[in-house]
Design a protein around this ligand. Structure first.
Ligand SMILES: C=C(O[C@@H]1C=C(C(=O)O)C=C[C@H]1O)C(=O)O
Length: 288
């Protein structure tokens, strides 16, 4: 008979620096339960989570909402920003007010940010652009569009190489308009995995939490790795990691609920979303 201990939990990891603090000290080989890692851009992790090809993943908060009947949120984990995010950037040839009536190229790696842009354009800026989706290559995008949306390390690198484009930070724009924080990524578990393998999920959640805390207490190893692998300066990465928030408290939840409400109003989400957070019942069960 297959026991829970021998079953493998497939865990998705976002292939961008923004999620590193939660994964940096997450070492599957040190866990009691078996874990297989899949590292991909958010759009691919979203698809695999929706199709049941992963049990646990960091994913776009928008995709969590699309599949919320199948998912629960893991507690106190997110990639959020209360103001500028520095890596969700709209590059445009003309100032923003003009760009939002032109053609906008959208990265095919995102779900949250492309819908955030649509909300901001439609409700805040009253623009009427044409959109198309493509690979995250700014040079290529700008051959066919007036503006291009990039996320993650693609946005960071493009901001370093920027040759005169206007740059709009969507975290900052959301904050200017709503006064709220914005949550771009969440960590979720599929409901059937939460029901059938609670001990494994509990161990995974604790490992994510302790990675987050260890990263927060000393950013230097992450900064050094980012300089080595992506480029840029220690100063840049210190600013980048310390600016992002990895918690999912009341403030982040309120901002995300507001985003889901707007997405629903615009028909981007089919139904209203109630955040459902997984809680660890294994500790009480042991005592019974
Ligand atoms: C902060 C970021 O958030 C990311 C944006 C996502 C999206 O737009 O769907 C998904 C996951 C996050 O890692 C970033 O890409 O820089």
């Amino acid at each position: 008979m297959e026991t829970e201990i021998s079953r493998t939990t497939r865990v998705g990891k976002i292939k961008y620096t923004n999620a590193w603090p939660v994964f940096h000290y997450f070492h599957p080989e040190q866990l009691q339960y078996s874990v297989e890692m899949v590292t991909e851009v958010p759009a691919l992790l979203n698809r695999r989570m929706l199709e049941g090809g992963l049990e646990v993943s960091a994913m776009s908060s928008f995709a969590y909402a699309q599949g919320s009947d199948h998912f629960m949120l893991l507690p106190d984990l997110s990639v959020s920003a209360d103001g500028p995010v520095k890596s969700i950037l709209l590059f445009s040839r003309e100032p923003l007010e003009k760009a939002v009536n032109g053609t906008i190229a959208l990265t095919n790696t995102s779900a949250t940010s492309v819908n955030l842009l649509k909300i901001l354009v439609e409700k805040y800026l009253q623009g009427k652009p044409e959109y198309f989706t493509c690979e995250p290559d700014l040079t290529e995008m700008m051959q066919h569009a007036d503006a291009g949306l990039l996320i993650g390390d693609h946005a960071i690198k493009a901001s370093w190489e920027n040759e005169g484009y206007y740059v709009t930070d969507l975290g900052q724009l959301w904050k200017n308009w709503t006064g709220f924080s914005m949550t771009f990524a969440v960590w979720a578990v599929r409901r059937e995995a939460a029901a059938s393998a609670p001990e494994a999920i509990s161990e995974i959640v604790q490992a994510f939490q302790s990675s987050k805390e260890r990263s927060r207490s000393n950013l230097t190893p992450l900064i050094n790795q980012a300089v080595r692998e992506i480029g840029g300066s220690e100063h840049y990465w210190h600013g980048y990691f310390s600016n992002l928030c990895y918690d999912f408290g009341m403030r982040q939840q309120q901002g995300l609920e507001l985003y889901f409400n707007y997405a629903h109003e615009l028909g981007l989400l089919e139904h209203e979303i109630k955040l459902q957070i997984w809680s660890d019942n294994t500790l009480t069960r042991v005592k019974e």
